[in-house]
Ligand binder design. Sequence first.
Ligand code: DC
Length: 216
Amino acid sequence: MKKIIAVDGPAGAGKSTVSKILAAKLGYTYIDTGAMYRAVGWKFLQSGKSFDEKILQEIVSAIDIQLDASAKVLVDGEDVTKKIRTPEVSKLASDVSKFGFVRKKLTDLQRKMAAQGKVIMDGRDIGTQVLPNADLKIFLTASLEERSRRRFEELKAKGAEVELEKIRQEIFLRDKQDSEREIAPLKQAEDAIFLDSTNLSIEEVAEKILELANGK
Ligand code: DC
């Protein structure tokens, strides 16, 4: 049987870290859909143009996005894995994600990637739109304070100069924009299992989802 796990939730909830652990434990492929929206945002940034829907349309129709087995992200052959992780690209990813033509292209690609089965995919609309028939749906969240603190620690560990309050504000605004957009907003699917990771470690979250995946 094809096994498909969908993990949705707001920014910084630990979706990708947990999904990577689970993919390794289950022998599944991990698909980071946020990286695909980031890829589109990054490509737009490269154009050097100020925001314009027509230019975005041209970019989206021509863009080639590849996620390889080691979670490398390639845009038109260029390795952008690290370049798409800046706050500027986070904001742009959220901005471009509200357009129907962007979502259509990426959703089609995501469904194709999941068709092989044994996949764990994370994002905002995986359980509601991309893979509504997923075998297991998780809605992973944590308090805004905790998500901001985690992101702050993560960036600090990488040597970045960051302010907690600024990160909190960025996450708050991005979640608001992602939840309020008209097409495929961030939302818990009716049949998703709600998991609050505020007081849990990454390992504890992974363990809980693993138990659910194993049907315990
Ligand atoms: O998961 P992330 O923070 O890398 O995602 C970046 C942005 O991409 C997010 O703010 C909204 C958008 N996104 C989306 O609209 N749908 C998805 N399935 C995944 C991400």
